[in-house]
Design a protein around this ligand. Structure first.
Ligand SMILES: Cc1cc2nc3c(=O)[nH]c(=O)nc-3n(C[C@H](O)[C@H](O)[C@H](O)COP(=O)(O)OP(=O)(O)OC[C@H]3O[C@@H](n4cnc5c(N)ncnc54)[C@H](O)[C@@H]3O)c2cc1C
Length: 385
């Protein structure tokens, strides 16, 4: 957007510059290698940890920044998802989405000893909600945790768990009570517990340098304090945690759209057809007007939401609508950017080709478009009058 943002600060601009340098120098040149390996190297987790990106909302005593800032969270997500392969953001994303419940609910010794290691990127963590039976209907999850003696026994299966192949700790949603949303609790589960195993979900369309795992819990014995947060009230915690995940994914879409715009514009300025550069053909120039409008709208919506959060509110309806708007905008922008590239868009290695393969995970993961529209409508109370 050519209009300066009223929400930009020197601190934000500096943080964004740091991230830009990091992703340009340390990440972008290695993407092909990491995709072939199916993972990013361990030092990337630690380098990002050193930049502070896992420390938002984490007290300093637990290794965090000691403050939260929705704008900075989004600046990170925009840069990470837009770095050339949104799989890089996913590769460290299991950690990002599981830290919140740990800060809120984990026992004090865990927060003092283990959480700083996770926030620093030295050990991994993941959030395990989705099951083979379904991900949208969280209230129907069937993994069970039953009281036995002075602890718990966990049985069930989770799938699509990002970072699950390498994580050392999991935040797991499990049923402790009656059917429905009022019978779910959260558990902190170490990867080393007897009865735990995992396997990779296998070949995927995108996010190639990140892993997703199926997790199996067979009579895993857990201590009493593995239950984190109030018993049978885990559903609310899961829903609360989704807000930042969805906000980050919206910012991620913004970064991916910016990547499409910049790549397609570079091409349109060089490629010549019918004696002129592509950008000089009106039909192509108009595509950039449309693309940049979609980007501007997403940015403006996101910043308004960040401002609202910074005022102490959590605008769930707007977060839900913004994520849907952003994934739809991303689909449009990536399609038009590919059209501008012509046949070159169809080749592996073209940055927009990779974005194209990573649209759907943004539209399905972290709350699908259908589920989020539904949530927005309920939050707005449209059926109540
Ligand atoms: C690459 C990747 C990474 C992921 N990482 C994680 C992770 O780290 N942790 C985790 O817990 N999960 C993770 N997920 C799972 C993700 O959150 C789920 O895929 C998502 O919530 C949708 O669940 P589902 O795939 O089971 O689809 P389903 O719930 O089976 O839904 C199928 C389709 O039906 C639609 N639908 C469902 N119910 C309704 C309805 N009532 N009305 C209208 N439409 C409906 C959905 O929108 C969807 O389009 C990941 C998924 C992917 C693909």
């Amino acid at each position: 957007m050519t209009i300066p943002s009223p929400f930009m600060t020197p601190e934000r601009a500096g943080f964004r510059d740091n991230l830009d340098r990091f992703f340009a120098d340390r990440v972008r040149p290695n993407i092909e290698t990491w995709e072939a390996a199916g993972r990013v190297p361990q030092h990337i987790h630690e380098d990002l940890g050193a930049l502070g990106v896992f420390g938002f909302g984490v007290p300093e005593a637990y290794g965090g920044l000691g403050f939260d800032d929705p704008f900075l969270r989004c600046d990170y997500a925009e840069r990470a998802f837009g770095c050339g392969a949104s799989g890089v953001a996913a590769a460290v994303g299991g950690r990002v989405i599981s830290i919140g419940p740990m800060v809120q609910f984990a026992p004090e010794p865990f927060k003092r000893l283990i959480l700083p290691e996770i926030v620093a990127g030295r050990i991994g963590s993941a959030l395990a909600i989705t099951e083979p039976g379904g991900g949208s209907d969280v209230a129907a999850l069937s993994t069970r945790a039953d009281r036995r003696g002075d602890g718990w026994v966990l049985n069930g299966c989770k799938t699509f768990i990002t970072g699950g192949m390498e994580a050392d700790w999991f935040v797991v949603g499990a049923r402790t009570g009656k059917p429905g949303l009022a019978g779910i609790s959260l558990f902190l589960v170490p990867a080393g517990v007897p009865g735990f195993s995992r396997s990779s979900i296998g070949d995927k369309m995108g996010w190639l340098c990140s892993d997703q795992a199926t997790l199996y819990f067979e009579d895993c014995t857990l201590p009493e304090d593995a239950l984190i947060g109030p018993e049978n009230k885990g559903f609310l915690a899961i829903m609360g945690n989704f807000n930042y995940e969805r906000l980050s994914m919206t910012a991620g879409c913004l970064g991916m759209m910016r990547l499409c715009y910049a790549s397609a514009l570079g091409w349109a300025r060089e490629r010549r057809t019918f004696g002129r550069r592509l950008i000089e053909h009106q039909a192509i120039a108009h595509k950039f007007a449309e693309i940049s409008a979609r980007i501007d709208l997403t940015e403006a919506y996101l910043e308004r939401i960040c401002w609202d959060i910074s005022q102490g509110r959590m605008p769930v309806a707007e977060i839900s609508k913004a994520k849907v708007q952003a994934t739809k905008a991303l689909e449009y922008v990536a399609s038009e950017a590919m059209q501008i590239f012509g046949g070159a868009a169809y080749l592996r290695g073209n940055p927009v080709e990779r974005v194209w393969r990573e649209i759907k995970v943004m539209a399905i993961g972290g709350g699908s478009e259908e589920i989020l529209r539904d949530l927005a409508v309920r939050q707005m109370g449209l059926a109540e009058a």
